[in-house]
Write a protein that binds this ligand. Structure first.
Ligand SMILES: NC(=O)c1ccc[n+]([C@@H]2O[C@H](COP(=O)([O-])OP(=O)(O)OC[C@H]3O[C@@H](n4cnc5c(N)ncnc54)[C@H](OP(=O)(O)O)[C@@H]3O)[C@@H](O)[C@H]2O)c1
Length: 350
């Protein structure tokens, strides 16, 4: 613990909170020192309060920890937050006002004009928005967010194309895993053998977050990406991994080999800085005509690599392809962990 920074997890008992616990177990820079959740869990040992759903056991040191009340008193100065958005809207600013760096998964503050919405491989420079937050001036605390779990995979696949060819239009249809709905999530009788063509507020989040992520920082403002964007979101009976069928129109002409090369060669800040959770290859193109598939490809790059496949010409737009990313790793806890590593590398964590 001596050389590591102590961190806390808000919402530690939930699906994303559990991923944080798992991913932080052997982290070289951070160590779990504090856990908080709702009144239901407060005061109980973590192993008893959390309905653990992961395939690795609860780290023994965390299993014994008592779940604290979700208040800043006694909490460490670095907080990973995995709260429902209605609760996050109230609690995250309270922790930031108390001087904490809040690295959030929730949608509550993602679109606020002074809150960075960050994928370190795509828009690391947006982190500077932190300096415009009132809490930063008052107490040093701030909030940084990662995107919605289906926007992350999409944007990792779009960013290399946007940088090289320019995006004009994007249409995406998702097939989203049940773990994306938290625990207990969707009732088994509703989802088994079924597809649900509605996820509350998901299409709006994908559309607006994609444009903010691919937008440009202009002084203290983000100018959203100017491409047209339409998303349709479906829940399917898959445990982990969101799959997306995507069509794009590009500003410049592109050959398939150039598109594939722009995905496979894409690296950015996290790879240059060798951040501990950064995958060597953030985007990987799979040549087999029936990949990517969640069962076989969601865990690539320890769940941090977005896989793409089935690139082909589109008769309506220019190109179509399939994207897959792990929703609770690259789409949630891993995304926040990489954001925190970027913040540390940029000197924001003291
Ligand atoms: N699942 C994903 O793939 C995913 C991906 C990206 C983003 N997210 C976002 O991450 C957040 C967490 O999602 P999840 O899937 O982990 O949800 P979840 O499984 O329902 O977990 C929610 C967590 O919040 C805690 N909580 C509930 N009410 C609280 C309160 N009043 N005060 C303090 N803590 C409270 C719960 O504690 P108790 O156990 O004590 O009730 C639990 O730890 C959400 O905003 C979600 O949209 C999820």
């Amino acid at each position: 613990m001596a050389n590591k920074l102590p961190v806390g997890i808000l919402g530690a008992t939930g699906i994303v909170g559990q991923r944080f616990v798992q991913m932080l177990e052997h982290h070289p820079w951070f160590e779990v020192a504090w856990l908080a959740a709702s009144d239901r869990s407060e005061g109980r040992p973590y192993a008893e309060a959390a309905r653990w759903k992961l395939r690795t056991p609860i780290p023994p040191a965390v299993a014994k920890m008592t779940v604290s009340p979700a208040a800043p008193d006694g909490a460490p100065k670095i907080i990973f937050a995995a709260l429902d958005s209605s609760i996050a809207a109230e609690l995250e600013p309270r922790f930031a006002d108390a001087g904490c760096a809040v690295v959030s998964n929730s949608s509550a503050l993602r679109m606020a004009s002074d809150v960075p919405l960050v994928i370190p491989e795509v828009n690391a420079c947006h982190v500077k928005l932190i300096e415009t937050q009132a809490s930063r001036r008052k107490s040093g605390g701030f909030v940084v967010t990662n995107p919605n779990c289906s926007a992350i995979g999409l944007v990792l696949a779009l960013a290399p194309l946007d940088q090289r060819f320019g995006l004009e239009t994007v249409m995406a249809v998702t097939m989203q895993a049940v773990s994306g709905a938290g625990y207990p999530g969707v009732a088994s009788l509703d989802i088994l053998g079924n597809v649900i063509p509605y996820i509350a507020k998901e299409e709006e989040k994908m559309e607006e977050e994609t444009q903010k992520l691919l937008g440009k920082l202009n002084g203290s403002k983000i100018i959203p990406g100017a491409f047209g964007m339409s998303a349709q979101c479906n829940r399917v009976a898959v445990e982990d991994g969101h799959t997306e069928s995507v069509s794009v129109r590009l500003k410049k002409k592109a050959q398939p080999a150039e598109i594939i090369e722009s995905w496979n060669s894409y690296t950015a800040e996290p790879q240059k800085l060798r951040l501990p959770s950064a995958p060597d290859q953030p985007v990987l193109y799979l040549e087999a005509n029936d990949r990517p598939q969640p069962r076989f490809d969601a865990d690539r790059g320890a769940g941090m690599t977005t896989t793409v496949g089935r690139l082909r010409a589109c008769k309506v737009l220019d190109w179509k392809f399939t994207v897959l990313s792990h929703n609770t790793i690259r789409g949630a806890a891993g995304a926040a962990l990489l954001n925190a590593e970027l913040l540390k590398a940029q000197g924001y964590l003291g």
